[in-house]
Design a binder for this molecule. Sequence first.
Ligand code: HEM
Length: 83
Amino acid sequence: MAKPVSFQEDILLLFTERDIHAMSKAFNLASYDDVKTHADAIYDRIRGIGGAVMPPPPPRGEGPWAQANVELFAQWMKDGFQP
Ligand code: HEM
């Protein structure tokens, strides 16, 4: 079986300093607990569900994510939110 997806090793690197700063009023994308708590909403928005796609396209952000990264986030959830 493949190694489970980990927040520290796989997910945290997907968020840029800009993302973390931009979203800091709502939640801390650098925090395992915050990303876990808001994972369903984050997973929707990185797919453009429920509002504008996150992160926004240039010049306001570097998004949207490559499909492989969206799938990595989904796998992190599926794997049970490994730290
Ligand atoms: C529940 C999930 C999220 C919600 C509801 C959300 C909502 C928002 C809202 C309302 C804004 C302001 C839009 C505006 O200025 O018109 C924003 C900006 C932004 N968000 Fe999110 N966001 C979410 C997740 C994310 C994630 C996961 C990322 C990065 C991977 C991200 C990156 C950004 C960036 C880079 C901006 C641009 C701020 C700027 O204009 O300087 N967001 N988001």
